[in-house]
Design a protein around this ligand. Structure first.
Ligand code: FES
Ligand code: FES
Length: 150
């Protein structure tokens, strides 16, 4: 049975089992591989996407819970040929190292800034709990503040 989800503004009828994690529906069925697999247990945040405007860890979320919903992935952040201001800050502040965790972090950060345009360090620490094995946390925080002040 197809599960219909709007991903990055486009309706997708995904032929997947209802308990398939949203991550695999996005990557393997919809073919959008910008969202990454890290741990599979909701611990690292590499798989973060927006579901109806909220950041979710898609590796443990059954695709059936997203049925009829709106998903945004890293591929859908830029618009009109312009990178999102968070993506621009990531480049300006040279945040990524290997880059593997960064699409998840960027999705978590964009959701945070939608809710809290000027987050404190405490709010950043409490919300951006994504794991980066390259240790980019200081640059992540610096880039978030730069976006907040822009
Ligand atoms: S892969 Fe989903 S939280 Fe790590
Ligand atoms: S940039 Fe390498 S894991 Fe985060």
């Amino acid at each position: 049975m197809a599960i219909t989800i709007t991903i990055n503004g486009e309706a997708h009828a995904l032929d997947v089992e209802p308990d398939t994690p949203l991550l695999w529906a996005i990557r393997e069925t919809a073919g959008l591989t910008g969202t990454k697999f890290g741990c599979g247990i909701s611990a690292c945040g590499a798989c973060t996407v927006h579901l109806n405007g909220r950041a979710v860890r898609s590796c443990t979320l059954p695709v059936s819970l997203a049925e009829g919903g709106t998903v945004t992935t890293i591929e859908g952040l830029a618009s009109g040929g312009m990178l999102h201001k968070v993506q621009q800050a990531w480049i300006a502040h040279q945040v990524p190292q290997c880059g593997y965790c960064q699409s998840g972090i960027i999705m978590a950060v964009t959701a945070l800034l939608e809710q809290h345009p000027h987050p404190s360090d405490e709010e950043i620490d409490a919300t951006i709990t994504n794991i980066c094995r390259c240790g980019t946390f200081v640059r992540v925080r610096r880039a978030i503040h730069a976006v907040a002040e822009s």
